[in-house]
Design a protein around this ligand. Sequence first.
Ligand code: NIG
Ligand code: FE
Length: 407
Amino acid sequence: MCAFPCSKAETLYSMSSVALTGIGSLVTNDPAVGQGPLGMLTDAAVVSEDGLVAWVGSANMIPEGTDAVVDLGGAAVLPGFVDSHAHLIFAGDRWPEFEARMTGEPYTAGGIRTTVSATRAASDDDLRANLARLAAELAASGVTTFESKSGYGLTRADEARSLRIAGEVTPETTFLGAHVVPAEYADRPDDYVRLVIDEMIPACAPLARWIDVFCDRGAFDADQARAILEAGIAAGMQPRLHANQLQQGPGAQLAVQLNAASADHVTHLSAQDVEALASSSTVATLLPGAEFSTRSPYPDARALIDAGATVALATDCNPGSSFTTSMPLMIALAVREMRMSPDEAVWSATAGGAAALRRDDVGVIRVGSRADLVSLRAPHHVHLAYRPGVDLVDRVWVGGQQIKESA
Ligand code: NIG
Ligand code: FE
């Protein structure tokens, strides 16, 4: 159904066609469509039809005959953000832990167990309601594709139900049964690894596109991570990895060896790790919300980009280390704190996220891509970094349907 005031039905496009005109500056992320790596156009228009981009170009060349025309009055438009790393299936929150951290306590993986207890005790509907609230926040901040992990259930039944609920709202579901060793296995972690491999993976593989392991201090070592990931791959899931968040270690290079879609966090990297990522197809997914909220040093985005690695930005939304759904905040942090240029940050939050999910239908505005678009209350995408903390996301379309109205 057309979400716009439909004025006329003419021949060139079906009833579901919509032309967005008056675009002051357009990020397409397709260098074949416009200038530079972001494929920029000015005074542009985009036509969507049946959920896909049907035409993109200069406004004065726009084809006639769309069902509806929306004049954006000079606004900037970009592809919807692709949040390739989030933990959205949980109950409760951990604000006392955050408060303690802000007065000097360090962040450790141990806090995850607090959320595991709350999640196990929650009903399906409680988990669904929390997920719906976070998904609405993501949409309002311009996210049109997002991933969500399990990892706060840590029993076969609780992991499977987390993935079932996540699968109701996104195809990008990730099994993270190896998030931490749960309390009841604290003195026999190898038995937990066996449970993950022998029981959880068979139950969860049909429900998850991806498998992830937290390979770090206080979580799983390289041998455990490799065994779990290889079992997950054999069961049909594709690997991605939480790696090198808390200290240097083997995670990033393990991700490369397994041809993982992404190595995430990568906050503490050696020169060899940077080189390994740069010469691989594994995306380095940076999660500056975690460093911001745990008051930790930021990853070296410049070293990764300058070495030629593909970099994505994502929220890592979770109740412990990064309780935010704001991709514009990630862009502002990446620019201000990690010395990424505004163009690099916007690319990483859109096309970079798509690469991390091995998707070529999103994160780009070209004929045939999904019509996922964001317009800003600003004339240029640099404003996303230039005006930190200001809600600039004006309208949002997913598959050509407008899901956020202009405020
Ligand atoms: O990505 N590092 C591991 N997992 C999450 C944190 C989860 C939590 O603290 O609840 C992360 O930061
Ligand atoms: Fe995470």
